[in-house]
Design a protein around this ligand. Structure first.
Ligand code: HSE
Length: 321
């Protein structure tokens, strides 16, 4: 079978109002590939995994410790259950997203791996089966199963997790005019650790506010009411706990709002910060501020993004364009 290469975009989990149940895929407006790539080609036998790319040096040196290896083993088990023969595979992960950034880095690797495997095996598994596998494998890394990164990275758009038999998520309309300015500070935050510090229970008043904000955001998104959607983009669950321990987050968020952002919050479990505006000049102003005041190491970066509507997709093989 022919070699192939797949790209899976970065994603923002939570989007302030939907802890673990809302996520969106990101596409920088300058066309740069913000996400991970996985290439697959057939070999005699076994599973060989290697890594390249800007952030490959942050991954375990033993290829069998790489999540992409686990994805291939899990996919192999599913094929076996479906009586399909598994072939030897050489898999290359291009790690382009920083680990522990809040941009769905592990999800992008998992999504690209499963999407590539399923392309290789001519869609042997259904979209739903594939998404469930993606959630399980990403859960191995982040400490618990949540789909708010894998679903948008796989399917594109803004995805609401509905967790129903046969349907894991549902796409929510996103505002075409909105720019999502994202800035990764360059520090690494472990998702498992930032989940560990979350309270296991919340007061009734917080639960009611959470439900109201999420429901209002979804309703306003369907009705095209940008002002209302932005107004309720407030995190009452995670940000009060996590914001305080992400260096510089609270100050930078305050600055975003003072500079005129419609909303601002933590992307996933951070430290990436996002800010929303419908004005490109404003987006550039917000990005400039974040470049100067929020990036803290040489590995930090920022992008002005739109919501990526495509999700995972095949890309040209390296060296062929
Ligand atoms: N919903 C997850 C969390 C996203 O906030 O822990 C992690 O990227």
């Amino acid at each position: 079978m022919a070699a192939l290469r797949v790209f899976a975009p970065a994603s923002m989990g939570n989007i302030s109002v939907g802890f673990d149940v809302l996520g969106g895929a990101l596409a920088p407006i300058d066309g740069s590939l913000l996400g991970d790539c996985v290439s697959i080609e057939q070999i005699e036998q076994g599973i060989e995994v290697s890594t390249i790319g800007t952030f490959a040096n942050k991954l375990p040196s033993d290829p069998k410790q790489n999540i992409v290896y686990d994805c291939a083993v899990a996919y192999q088990a599913q094929l076996k259950a479906n009586n399909i023969e598994f072939k030897g595979l050489k898999i290359v992960l291009e790690k382009l997203l920083p680990v522990g950034s809040g941009l769905g880095s592990s999800a992008a690797s998992v999504v690209a791996a499963f999407y590539a495997l399923n392309e290789f095996y001519h869609q042997a598994l259904s979209k739903h089966q594939l998404l469930l596998l993606m959630g399980q494998l990403e859960g191995q890394i982040s400490g618990s199963v949540h789909y708010d990164n894998v679903a948008p990275s796989y399917l594109g758009g803004l995805q609401l997790m509905i967790d129903q038999p046969g349907q894991q998520c549902s796409e929510i309309p996103s505002f075409d005019a909105w720019y999502w300015v994202v800035a990764y500070s360059g520090m690494s935050v472990s998702t498992a650790e930032s989940r560990r510090i979350m309270p296991t229970e919340v007061p009734l008043a917080t639960a009611l506010k959470f439900g109201q904000n999420l429901a209002t955001f979804i309703d306003a998104s369907h009705k095209g009411n940008q002002a209302l959607a932005a107004q309720v983009l407030v995190d009452v669950i995670a940000e009060p706990v996590r914001g305080a321990i992400i260096p510089g987050f609270n100050d930078a968020k305050q600055a975003m709002l003072e500079l005129g952002a419609l909303a601002s919050g933590i992307s996933g479990s951070g430290p990436t910060l996002f800010a929303v505006t419908a004005d490109l000049a404003k987006a550039q102003q917000l990005e400039n501020y974040l470049k100067q005041h929020y990036l803290q190491t040489d590995e930090g970066f920022s992008h002005i993004c739109k919501i990526d509507t495509q999700g995972a997709r095949r890309e040209a093989l390296r060296g062929t364009v």
